[in-house]
Design a protein around this ligand. Structure first.
Ligand code: ZN
Length: 494
């Protein structure tokens, strides 16, 4: 057990470094003065290098090898060891210098992306993106999972998932959902005058905070700040941080961004103390994480019953804009299906097509069938192919999401998978509690407790596969997602 203790000490040191990395990155996105940010890319690179060398060395390799067949480990230590072994096997193939250089590049590239997006100029970002893609390709060669090069990228977000699974999944979504998208398009939507009126930014901030608390986030263990692209960071189950964004004429965007990030943060707050400070103390996978954020954002906050107890509060805050808007109209407006350019503002029905567009482009890129310089044009073609509309520039096209600046290729499918998991979890949950009733009563606690007890507390102790099976009684099945969307939108569009 001496070795196990030694290993735990090393992992604790790595955790401390990772907290520093996380806090610095959080700071970079929320607080740092614009001109100070490039300064920290070296600090980040140094810290990444440090955490790499703490793990990737002969001592840790020996410990892993000597413990891997040790039957005396309890289930938590066993899971920690397996998680570490996976991470070790991946990282040992990447030389430390490249790992550091990549971290520096990610940080600078994010700054370039921000500027490029602001100025609507792809050329500012292009050289950084080219380097990022070159690195990712190099890492794929070094790490190399069998089959399609994209499989290696997917491993970071959902272990075991491959291109064949995704091809099948997206094929099903296209077959099942496209007729519905076309139908909704032909029926059309009423005009909602209130939607794009001016909504005081300070009131938006206040309502976001209220919403997040109402959903159950414990603000003794959380903060809510602002950033260009909303996101969640968690340093432990007692330090979860979310951001939202506020636009004068788009108040709904802040509501759904806040709901989404609150879902992520509730997941992190729900992790058991016993594993919270170990490498198991985070969401089971990125797709699992997105299942929770999308569950709160859509299945809960886009549900009419959710608004019944609090709609008068929303009306009171925005009295001038909403006093004559009925809950029915508000509900219809927040569930209006309409092809749009921005993924994070898309309705539930057209959303998966935003993901399919990104998935197909990324696959082409890593199959070496297209170059970085071709991306804006291919992006626009795909948007037209699937959504029938054309971006007006780069900012509402290829530059809209932060992910590529950080090299997060393979991430986007997690959103679609997560949405599908969410529907399957909601089905499982319906066996023991009545979601609509809870929402009507404003009893979010009951829902949160269910999710905590059955999912959140386990962190990485259970895989998404295990959780889906335990909760719904069957393996992943996209039917729950497509049926949910068909039911909901057939009823809205008659
Ligand atoms: Zn998310």
């Amino acid at each position: 057990m001496e070795k196990l203790l030694k290993l735990k000490n090393i992992l604790e040191e790595v955790r401390m470094i990772n907290i520093s990395i996380g806090q610095l990155s959080w700071d970079q996105s929320t607080e740092q003065p614009k001109l100070a940010r490039g300064e920290y890319s070296n600090v980040l690179a140094y810290l990444y290098g440090k955490s790499h060398s703490l793990i990737i060395n002969d001592e840790v390799r020996d410990i892993i090898n000597s413990l891997k067949d040790d039957d005396s480990l309890n289930n938590i230590d066993r899971a920690i060891l397996n998680e570490l072994k996976d991470d070790f096997e991946k990282k040992e193939k990447i030389p430390k210098e490249q790992y550091e250089e990549y971290a520096r590049l990610q940080s600078l590239s994010t700054l370039a992306w921000e500027e490029a997006k602001e100025k609507d100029d792809f050329e500012i970002f292009k050289p950084f993106l080219e380097k990022i893609v070159d690195y990712d390709k190099k890492f794929i060669e070094l790490i190399g999972i069998n089959g399609h090069p994209y499989n290696t990228l997917l491993r970071d977000y959902e272990k075991g998932l491959n291109v064949d699974d995704l091809d099948k999944f997206f094929h099903t979504l296209k077959e099942e959902l496209m007729p519905l998208v076309l139908k909704a398009s032909s029926v059309g939507n009423p005009v909602f005058d209130f939607e794009h009126k001016a909504y005081d930014i300070d009131k938006q901030r206040k309502f976001s905070r209220f919403l997040s608390e109402y959903l159950g986030l414990d603000f003794q263990k959380a903060v809510l700040k602002e950033s260009a692209h909303p996101f969640t960071d968690a340093f432990s189950n007692k330090d979860t941080r979310i951001t939202s964004h506020y636009h004068l004429n788009k108040f709904l965007s802040s509501i759904f961004s806040t709901a989404h990030e609150t879902g992520h943060a509730l997941y992190e707050q729900g992790i058991d103390d016993e594993i919270a400070h170990t490498i198991l103390g985070s969401g089971s996978s990125m797709a699992m994480h997105e299942s929770q954020s999308r569950l709160y954002e859509n299945i809960i906050v886009r549900n009419k019953n959710f608004w019944v107890p609090i709609y008068d509060k929303l009306q009171a805050i925005y009295y001038d804009n909403l006093k004559d808007v009925s809950l029915d109209d508000f509900y219809r407006c927040i569930n209006k299906s309409q092809p749009s350019l921005i993924r994070i503002e898309a309705d539930e029905l057209t959303y998966p097509f935003h993901i399919i567009i990104r998935y197909e482009i990324e696959k082409l890129l890593f199959e070496d069938k297209v170059k970085v310089s071709d991306l804006p044009e291919i992006w626009n073609e795909k948007v037209y192919e699937y959504l029938g509309i054309k971006p007006t520039g780069f900012s509402d096209g290829i530059l809209q999401d932060i992910h590529y600046s950080k090299g997060n290729f393979g991430y986007f499918p997690s959103y679609a998978l997560g949405s599908a998991y969410a529907s399957q979890f909601a089905y499982g949950m319906s066996k023991t509690l009545n979601l609509d009733e809870c929402l009507l009563q404003g009893n979010l606690l009951k829902i949160n407790e269910y999710l905590r007890r059955n999912m959140h507390k386990y962190g990485k102790l259970k895989t998404s596969k295990e959780l889906l099976l335990e909760i719904s009684g069957e393996e992943f099945n996209p039917k729950y997602y497509t049926e949910y969307l068909k039911d909901k939108f057939s009823s809205i569009y008659k």
